[in-house]
Design a protein around this ligand. Structure first.
Ligand SMILES: [Zn+2]
Length: 127
């Protein structure tokens, strides 16, 4: 009897039975082993590519979120700056200063007052 033990194994690639000398042998021979290696390698590459895509996608989503946050913050800052600067509507400014709209128009032209343009029609004047 041989000193080498023999193991009945089933090839993980071609599913045929074979006699192995080691219990850990997975394939019936070199052809199956190398073909199995190639298949596994391919699978691994696919997984790695998918992971890369996944990370790219995640980063994209996060950068979009970041841009949205930045936009919200800059909008908030703008609103805060407006209220801190105490800009008031034209009619309020005129009433408070006791001046006519015509005078205010002149002051605006002469750049003696700071104007915040809200829309085509609406202006706010800095106190
Ligand atoms: Zn095989």
């Amino acid at each position: 009897m041989s000193s080498l033990r023999k193991y009945n194994r089933i090839c993980l690639f071609c599913r045929k039975e074979f006699i192995a000398q080691k219990r850990t042998t997975k394939y019936c021979g070199h052809p199956c082993a190398s073909r199995a290696y190639k298949v596994n390698k391919k699978k691994q590459d696919v997984v790695e590519v998918n992971f890369e895509e996944f990370i790219k996608r995640e980063l994209m989503i996060h950068s979009e979120t970041l841009i949205q946050i930045q936009n919200s913050i800059s909008h908030l800052l703008q609103v805060t700056r407006l209220s801190n600067a105490e800009f008031i509507p034209v009619q309020d400014y005129c009433a408070m200063k006791g001046i006519s709209r015509k005078t205010l128009s002149r002051l605006i032209k002469e750049e003696k007052v700071e104007v915040q343009k809200i829309s085509e029609r609406k202006l706010l004047i800095r106190l």
